[in-house]
Design a binder for this molecule. Structure first.
Ligand code: FES
Ligand code: FE2
Length: 426
């Protein structure tokens, strides 16, 4: 359980908050590349860390991300005309380039210096993999570009999606580092979802409902080991990396692609659940990509605004008959919606003063401590970790080890992402 003020510290990420300042030290995924697919295409609204922004791609393919509202009288530039090297406000024709600099103010004489003094707040927006990344922090502290393996593998080896999750980012993240719920909530999906089934690990997952957690510090965050019984004298370990502040990976199953998430605050009551799949050594098959597009595995079927079709307005299409037949444990179809339905059910910001944590929540407890420490330390001038390339070259691991071996010793360098090297998986 947490005191109210600590819960607030961890969950509030708007400008000027300690956790908001921490988030502003990292490149965050804000758009899929497909959302700005053409030069001079429609601008797209971006709300991230409680800031309302507009993104566009200019005539030369440069990405701009800036204040959503026109500097003249505050019109939303979502209504803007994206033309000839800039975004023009349709009200009185003020035009901005991709850096937010005003380049035309038609009412003012061309000889005046008016334009030069008008600039919207703007942030860098860059493409890496299928994702557009933004950095909202101090330009002097801008870290190197993201080096996560899912955006650096060769073309065709990764697939990324996003879905709206209508709750605070932290309760979504906490689901990502809580391996113990898999044996319950996702038990019906392990052997039916095409992106999960067929792995030997599934049987261990379902056979041992009381995993033992061991959590160790690692470069950019934590390695969270969940130990379950395997064959006589052996344990099955699922090792989940968490990298500050909001990156998690799911341990692999068989030769399936590996998946992971970013949990990106939109505001304090909503977040984007970014979900990626990649295979370190091969292209994804057509069947795999079709399953991902259809919303299987860690993905979901969404409307054109990336809100899941099964959502809280329709009770997530709860099917109690399927639950009774044993096809789903909670009655909700699909791993992503199984997670978000329950996390949204806690309310927009769960009251952590009322929770009763147990041993299987060890990863969650440690991650909260680290987040709090990092936010408070940053306020004292100590730069955080997790934004350096070496922190990001990380993988999840699934492995069977002799009972007397620690997981840290047993996995060796398996949690380090190395180009062309297969993942360690069961
Ligand atoms: S409000 Fe945008 S040009 Fe007047
Ligand atoms: Fe889950």
């Amino acid at each position: 359980m947490l005191r109210t003020e600590i819960n607030e510290l961890l969950t509030q990420t708007g400008p000027g908050t300690p956790m908001g300042d921490l988030f502003r030290r990292y490149w965050q995924p804000v758009l899929l590349a497909e959302e700005l697919s053409a030069n001079d295409g429609p601008p797209v609204r971006v709300k991230v860390l409680s800031e309302r922004l507009i993104a566009f791609r200019d005539s030369e393919g440069r990405y701009g991300l800036m204040d959503e509202f026109c500097a003249h009288r505050g019109v939303s530039l979502w209504f803007g005309r994206n033309e000839e090297g800039g975004l023009r406000c349709p009200y009185h024709g003020w035009k901005y380039d991709y850096t937010g600099q005003a380049i035309e103010v038609p009412s003012e004489p061309e000889t005046s210096n008016f334009c030069a003094n008008v600039k919207l707040k703007s942030y860098p927006l860059v493409r890496r993999g299928d994702v557009l990344w933004a950095y909202l922090g101090d330009p002097a502290r801008q870290p190197p570009l993201p080096e996560w393996e899912f955006v650096t593998v060769p073309e065709g080896q990764a697939y990324t999606s996003k879905r709206l999750q209508e709750c605070n980012w932290l309760q979504a993240l906490e689901g990502g580092i809580d391996s113990s719920h898999v044996s319950f909530l996702h038990s019906g999906s392990l052997d039916s979802d095409p992106l999960f089934k067929g792995s030997r690990g599934n049987a261990y997952n379902k056979g041992d409902l009381k995993p033992f957690f061991e959590v160790v510090d690692y470069e950019g965050g934590l390695l969270i080991g969940a130990r379950r019984n395997a064959e006589e004298g052996h344990y099955y370990w699922r090792v989940t990396p968490w990298v500050l502040p909001n990156f998690t990976m799911v341990p692999p199953r068989g030769d399936h692609p590996v998946h992971g998430h970013f949990w990106v605050p939109i505001d304090d009551e909503n977040c984007w659940a970014w979900s990626f799949d990649y295979h370190p050594t091969r292209r994804l098959t057509e069947t795999e990509v079709a399953a991902m597009r259809a919303g299987m595995g860690v993905h979901s079927a969404n409307d054109e605004n990336y809100r899941p079709l099964a959502n809280r307005d329709n009770d997530y299409l709860m099917d109690r008959e399927a639950q009774r037949r044993g096809e789903t444990y909670s009655g909700i179809k699909g791993i992503a919606l199984q997670d978000s339905s329950l996390q949204e059910s806690m309310g927009p910001i769960v009251d952590r003063t009322k929770e009763r944590l147990v041993a299987t929540d060890a990863g969650i407890i440690k991650a909260r401590q680290k987040l709090r420490k990092a936010a408070l330390a940053l306020a004292e001038g100590v730069e955080p970790v997790g934004n350096r390339p070496q922190d990001q070259k990380v993988r999840s691991v699934a492995i069977v080890l002799p009972a007397d071996q620690s997981f840290v010793e047993g996995i060796g360098e398996a949690m380090i992402a190395k180009p062309g090297v297969p993942q360690t998986t069961v």
